[in-house]
Design a protein around this ligand. Structure first.
Ligand SMILES: C[S@@+](CC[C@H](N)C(=O)[O-])C[C@H]1O[C@@H](n2cnc3c(N)ncnc32)[C@H](O)[C@@H]1O
Length: 470
């Protein structure tokens, strides 16, 4: 009987597949990531394949995700260590298995012999299994013997020291000479599950008490966000189905208040899916909202969020309260850069452009992004952002305001886009933005670098508010 056909139990007594199977499954996802696939998609596919081959206990799904995410966060280091260990580069599948095993050994998360033996076992299921098993056995054992020296040598390379691609480190260092290490380190951390309360139904203080009374430890971040001590499935959040709360990073929660919608205004959220900021706008004022997105499939989540929060066509009936039932928002599929395809010609009072970007500010939530992006993406995305911004300017009424936002810390996607726009658009004025974080005095806002302290914990973002002079 092969090792993979015997299940084991974890510390909580839940049935688990042998570690060898979990390592092999995580490695397949990492191999796909390195070939350019997003890690969530790669994991879904690898787990599905594994489960189709032989039943896979549910507890192993989470364990495989943990293995893969840890490997992704340590990929710069383990690739460098592997180069030191290997006489020549292995094929993609054994290479990925070696990285996943090394990511476990680097932090000594399990007993070394267990990881080595199980990785060697996993190698046997790959084509050319015996040779690969021998190669892994030799290299992983050498790593265990020479761990400190190998890690020290590997960490002399920036990519291994910081677990980000060299071009990314260079770019952040040039943009933020005083803060670059903090920015990169924030990307290597993990983010809390952060909540936004629906102010039509509750307040942050009231909801915090409710969380605590239900045994969910949490803290307030400033005046509106709540960070949970440990993530939970959304269905476990009190009042989730009734629309009391949404999951949204604390920096993303600034977009809607910075645009400052007012009752009766006509507002466009031009890149709206999955609707985090669109629903916030609806919570803040009784507005006529159009939620646009180029990706029709992603608009389903916008509609679902409208429904859950009580802004759908059936609002009031579903939840018994009808906050904004008079004006259900409109959901439109279209390219923001081509208003002729979707605009009815009635100008908007305010526009939110939460533009597609590298996502360099949210690496802690999406650790695969750093390995998927290429340096050339910066110029391509910056051009695209400029095109969309210029196009949306035409749908804004004179005197109206547009908030340009990206979840990026690269100036090419923030300040450069806005500077180029202002140079070409004589009727545009950039208005100052500020925010009061916690009990402190208001701070000017443009690029927000990612921060993780007990009282202030948010992703990296860029905001610029532009007014169209009449
Ligand atoms: C950063 S996400 C938006 C997140 C959203 N604002 C929220 O708060 O939930 C960017 C979105 O822009 C959309 N997008 C990309 N290019 C677009 C375009 N040319 N026109 C409209 N939407 C676009 C993507 O499909 C994606 O849903």
């Amino acid at each position: 009987m092969s090792a993979s056909s015997q299940d084991e139990a974890d510390e909580s007594g839940r049935r688990r597949a042998p570690l060898s199977r979990e390592l092999a499954c995580a490695a397949r996802a990492i191999e796909a990531l390195v070939a350019g696939r997003s890690l969530p998609a790669a994991l879904d596919q690898s787990i599905e394949l594994e489960a189709a081959r032989e039943p896979l206990p549910i507890a192993s799904h989470a364990a495989i995700r943990d293995l893969a995410y840890r490997s992704c966060r340590q990929l710069g280091l383990v690739r460098e260590v592997a180069q030191l260990l290997n006489a020549r580069p292995p094929a993609p599948a054994p290479a990925a298995l070696q990285w996943v095993a090394l990511a476990q050994l680097v932090d000594a998360l399990r007993a070394d012999p267990v990881v080595v033996d199980q990785a060697v076992d996993a190698a046997r299921s790959l084509p050319g299994g015996a040779a690969i098993a021998g190669f892994l056995n030799a290299t992983l054992r050498r790593f265990v013997r020479e761990r400190e020296a190998l890690l020290e040598t590997a960490r002399r390379k920036p990519q291994a020291r910081w677990n980000h691609p060299d071009w990314w480190i260079d770019r952040v260092r040039r943009a933020w000479p005083d803060d670059w290490q903090r920015v990169i380190e924030a990307g290597n951390g993990t983010a809390p599950m952060t909540l936004r309360t629906n102010r039509l139904r509750t307040t942050p203080g009231e909801y915090l008490s409710r969380l605590r009374s239900e045994g969910l430890a949490a803290r307030l971040l400033g005046d509106q966000a709540i960070a949970l001590e440990a993530a939970v499935p959304v269905e476990a959040l009190p009042g989730w189905a009734q629309g009391l709360v949404s999951v949204q990073d604390a920096a993303a929660q600034l977009a809607a208040p910075l645009l400052a919608p007012e009752d009766g205004e006509r507002i466009l959220d031009a890149c709206s899916a999955p609707g985090g900021k669109a629903t916030h706008l609806l919570e803040l004022a009784d507005v006529e909202l159009t939620a646009l997105d180029v990706d029709e499939a992603r608009l389903h989540s916008v509609r679902a969020n409208f429904e859950r929060l009580g802004f759908g066509a059936g609002a009031g009936v579903v939840h018994g309260v009808s906050p904004r039932a008079a004006r259900p928002p409109t959901v439109v599929a279209g390219d923001a850069a081509r208003p002729a395809d979707w605009w009815d010609g009635r100008p908007f009072d305010r526009v939110l452009l939460d533009a597609p970007c590298t996502a360099s500010g949210i690496v802690r939530r999406h650790p695969d992004v750093r390995w998927l992006r290429r340096r050339s993406d910066l110029a391509t995305l910056s051009r695209r952002q400029s095109e969309i911004l210029a196009a949306l300017w035409s749908v804004l009424r004179p005197g109206g305001k547009l908030l340009y936002a990206t979840c990026s810390v690269f100036p090419e996607e923030g300040e450069s886009v806005v500077a180029r726009f202002l140079a070409n658009e004589s009727r545009a004025t950039r208005l100052p933005l500020q925010w009061r974080f916690g009990g402190c005095t208001p701070e000017p806002i443009s690029t927000l670098l990612p921060v993780a302290t007990p009282t202030r914990d948010h992703d990296g973002f860029f905001f610029a508010l532009l007014e169209k002079r009449p």
